[in-house]
Design a protein around this ligand. Structure first.
Ligand SMILES: CSC[C@@H](O)[C@@H](O)C(=O)COP(=O)(O)O
Ligand SMILES: [Zn+2]
Length: 204
């Protein structure tokens, strides 16, 4: 087993523990991946508790089409939403999907979440001022992952600055060059969703 695989696997295990401590990966929800090479990804296997990932059974390798390279293990049911991001960008290093209460509830009420005026928007490399606008689109949920991935891909073609998206009643997808970057983006978006939600309540 390569040093890189072990390092990325350990980083994803720690990310899962952190997300679990914050209540963002309930039950067996959520999935994580990281790039091992030009054509290979490490991804969580389906049905695992992401706060208690086992180094052996919790992960497998897939190719960029999502085909398992470890025959005895089944990749995440949402692998197509991960491979989409790596296929689009050779610099993509990590994709994280979480199921927080705020992401789930907001996605039921909004067609998009528009974040404006928050200092924490600067957690994203493309943002250098609070005086900016981050649009987080909401896609209808679907069990047809190839169709969902196609819809996301078309949106990203038209909106390449997008830093993450929501799936209605389901959760958040965000990404980064490294696991640390993607983890920071989950944390920033969760903070911003909490602020957005509280502002909606104050404005009622
Ligand atoms: C336990 S419900 C959540 C799942 O349906 C799914 O949305 C999810 O995030 C986890 O699926 P998985 O196949 O374990 O990667
Ligand atoms: Zn999910």
């Amino acid at each position: 087993m390569s040093d890189m695989l072990q390092r990325l696997r350990d980083e994803l295990i720690v990310a899962g523990q952190f997300f679990h401590s914050r209540g963002w990966v309930p039950a067996t929800s959520s999935n994580f991946s990281a790039r091992l090479g030009a054509e290979t990804l490490l991804i969580t296997s389906s049905g695992q508790h992401k706060g208690r990932l086992d180094a052996e059974s919790g992960f497998l390798r897939v190719d960029l089409q999502g085909v398992s390279l470890d025959a005895d293990k089944r990749p995440s049911a949402e692998t197509g939403l991960h491979t989409l991001m790596y296929q689009r960008d050779p610099a993509m290093g990590c994709v994280l999907h979480t199921h927080s209460v705020n992401a789930t509830v907001l996605s039921m009420r909004q067609s998009q979440v528009v974040l404006e005026g928050y200092e924490v928007q600067k957690a994203f490399p493309s943002v250098d001022t609070h005086d900016s606008c981050l649009v987080i689109p909401v896609f209808p949920n679907s069990q047809d992952i190839p169709a969902l991935a196609q819809a996301v891909g078309l949106y990203l073609d038209a909106n390449p600055q997008t830093v993450g998206y929501l799936i209605r009643g389901h959760g958040l997808y965000t990404w980064g060059v490294t696991v640390a970057d993607a983890q920071r983006h989950v944390e920033a978006l969760e903070f911003l969703f909490e602020c957005y939600y509280r502002q909606l309540l104050l404005d009622r």
